[in-house]
Ligand binder design. Structure first.
Ligand code: IMP
Ligand code: MG
Length: 171
């Protein structure tokens, strides 16, 4: 395994994302929706750095059901319980790879008529920026190809507990 971000670098990244979010949302009391399970550590740190009135909910989807490759179809496992009509919604993702999960989530949430819907992701694959430059409104860091784990992000439910962020070597 190769470390790509230390916990200190992660903290700085979260801080700068939080500063932008605070600036943009001011007194709008946004609803932050964490995409489970991967985003739970990120969201927990992010809301404390944002440090302004907001609400939190979670949605559970599953697309990486068998390890490292996407199954291609996104399953909704658990929905939000907040009424997001006329609310400012910020979707919080751990890592965006193909953008497929994000597309599905956008469609799903847009049907409930939020006042606005934006996406904050800690990480995104470098290749995504070329294909979907507008997929993520608040992006922490771009990462190279290779399976990423740590800071809540898993491989087959393993490695979520690691404070740093790593790339698994092939094999
Ligand atoms: P996408 O639909 O291809 O964009 O994949 C996004 C989902 O797959 C995210 O919700 C992530 O949790 C998960 N995912 C994508 N890449 C990785 C990775 O490198 N490690 C762990 N999970 C990943
Ligand atoms: Mg995820």
């Amino acid at each position: 395994m190769k470390r790509i971000l230390s916990s200190r670098q992660v903290r700085n990244t979260v801080r700068s994302l939080a500063a932008r979010i605070r600036e943009d949302y001011g007194d709008k009391r946004p609803v932050l929706i964490g995409v489970l399970k991967g985003a739970f550590v990120f969201l927990a740190d992010l809301i404390r750095e944002v440090n302004m009135p907001l609400e939190v909910d979670f949605i559970t989807v599953s697309s990486y059901r068998h390890g490292r490759t996407s199954s291609g179809d996104v399953q909704f496992v658990r929905d939000i319980t907040t009424d997001i009509a006329r609310r400012h919604v910020l979707l919080v993702e751990d890592i965006v790879d193909s953008g497929l999960t994000l597309d599905e989530l956008r469609r799903h949430l847009t049907r409930r008529s939020p006042a606005s819907l934006r996406v904050c992701a800690l990480l995104a694959r470098r290749s995504l920026r070329a294909s979907h430059p507008d997929a993520v409104d608040y992006l922490g860091r771009s990462v190279p190809d290779g399976f990423v784990v740590g800071y809540g992000i898993d491989c087959g439910e393993d490695y979520r507990y690691l404070p740093d962020i790593w790339v698994l070597e092939d094999g």
